[in-house]
Ligand binder design. Structure first.
Ligand code: LRH
Length: 475
């Protein structure tokens, strides 16, 4: 993606897009980062071929996963995908040594077995970890490939559950007590840092020439939340967000992490943000459930695109609910079966058709978001007057309306490309083009088409929420 900024508006231009699904290596699930790198280079070559005058390049990706390098900077195998089964059962083992309270007060991070902490624990006796000289998160692996700079950008570092939230450095003693090797963690640095120039071989191979590599919030959610087009003059801190994509990150922005016992019990996460902010949020399983259900439908020859599935869902009735965060939805062989199994096991009516099943998932997500926002309001003492839905999922008007209905809060949807916008605006700030987070958000607000959804049918949605809560205790 190329972002062009004229001082007031930012315009995006997509140059290359590729899928980032996992690959099977023996019985494990990995990321083919070599393939991703060749796609990144393809995109950069295209930019160079069009003679675009590029000021800087920066990378963001999903969180928690990492690459290990040996003493000769060779990759120690393809990195594991966080949905790999090696993580299953790790939390129970970890908490035999350290209590949840001890880990939470140190890291402030939601307990999930996808976290780097659990992944490293699962790998702690492996040869790869014994031989590792450097650990880089996925975006910083690409920053290293681009510039030769090795470090781990702060917003993504927080998601590992290995960082000391107060000190902003690795929690070495905690990792030691869990038997996790940790000398190989690269140093933490702040978003917006200029990492240097494109290394000469990349500059030559892509044709881009002398360009800076500037790290954004390299955690995609960090970039997306930096791009929430909130009008702070109107709403102050009375706003929430849903970064809606494969995952739904439902949260608020604060100036301090919330590390109370209530926050721990609610399994709320504190992820580091740009400009001294914190993303106090909860990971909800998100549209992954719809993505995999779509695939399961296609596998039995009911092949429909997202718009068609959403249309079918809009026309369907529903009074059944799933707990979107149930472990069975993390990586089932068949998502349709996982959803219907969940409904059977909880004694609920099965959807009549495909549209009904998608509607069940979307309504469950919307109600779950409402629960999380209510928890966050209680924990922070703020009252949320508007929820900004950003990311690819914000293009789903049905889901946006369901969110407004379920939460009873005004929804403002867009931009769909929030992550890219946040990434580019942080680079613009480093270049001196904008001065503050509020300014970045103003530029994004002025550059985006936003859609507003007012809550409707509140009485019905209160009944649905009560039913959801009586059936499922999501926590
Ligand atoms: C969203 C995301 C999320 C993480 C998950 C692994 O893409 O970065 O914030 O928890 O991926």
């Amino acid at each position: 993606m190329v972002g062009a900024f004229d001082g007031n508006h930012i315009v995006l231009d997509e140059k290359h897009r590729f899928e980032t699904g996992g690959v099977k290596v023996d019985q494990t699930l990995r990321w083919d980062v070599n393939l991703f790198w060749s796609h990144i280079c393809q995109g950069l070559k295209r930019v160079a071929a069009e003679n675009i005058d590029v000021s800087s390049v920066g990378v963001d990706t999903w969180a928690v996963d990492y690459v290990l390098l040996d003493a000769q900077d060779q990759m120690l195998g393809l990195p594991y995908h966080y949905r790999d089964q090696r993580n299953v059962g790790t939390l129970a083992k970890i908490t035999k040594t350290l209590s949840r309270g001890e880990i939470y007060s140190r890291t402030g991070i939601q307990f999930m077995e996808i976290n780097t902490l659990c992944q490293l624990f699962a790998a702690s006796q492996t040869e790869a970890l014994a031989n590792a000289h450097c650990l880089l998160t996925i975006p910083d692996f690409f920053h290293w490939k681009l510039s030769g700079f090795k470090g781990i950008e702060f917003t993504n570092a927080t998601t590992t559950q290995c960082l000391d939230v107060e000190q902003r450095t690795w929690a070495h003693s905690m990792l030691d007590s869990l038997g996790i090797p940790n000398k190989m963690f690269a140093d933490v640095y702040e978003p917006g840092k200029n990492l240097g120039r494109l290394s000469s071989d990349v500059a030559e191979m892509t044709g881009l020439g002398d360009v800076s590599v500037v790290a954004p919030a390299s955690h995609d959610t960090g970039s997306a939340v930096a791009a929430v087009p909130v009008d702070a003059k109107k709403y102050g801190n009375r706003w929430g967000y849903i970064s809606s994509g494969t995952w739904s990150l439902v949260g608020i922005e604060t100036l301090q992490p919330i590390l109370t016992e209530e926050a721990r019990a609610a399994n709320i996460t504190n992820e580091g943000g740009v400009e001294g902010t914190w993303r106090v949020l909860k990971n909800v399983m998100g549209l992954w459930i719809v993505q995999r259900t779509k695939q399961a439908f296609a596998d039995r020859n009911f092949d429909r695109n997202y718009a068609e599935l959403t249309q079918l869902a809009a026309a369907a009735a529903n009074d059944s609910f799933i707990d979107p965060d149930h472990a069975g939805f993390l990586n089932p062989a068949n998502m349709e079966t996982a959803v219907t199994d969940f409904l059977k096991q909880s004694g609920q009516r099965l959807p009549e058709n495909e549209g009904g099943l998608i509607r069940c998932v979307l309504e469950s997500l919307a109600i779950r978001y409402g629960e999380v926002l209510a928890q966050l309001q209680r924990l922070s003492g703020t009252s949320i007057e508007v929820v900004h839905v950003v990311g690819g999922g914000s293009k789903n008007a049905l889901l946006n309306q369901l969110i407004a209905n379920a939460t009873g809060i005004l929804v403002i949807a867009g931009p769909g490309e929030a992550t890219v916008l946040g990434n580019v605006m942080v680079q613009c700030k480093t270049a001196g083009g904008v001065g503050s987070l509020a300014e970045m958000r103003e530029v994004i607000r002025n550059s985006s088409t936003l859609e507003v959804f007012e809550p409707q049918d509140r009485a019905l949605w209160q009944q649905k929420t009560a039913r959801f809560e009586s059936l499922l205790a999501c926590g």
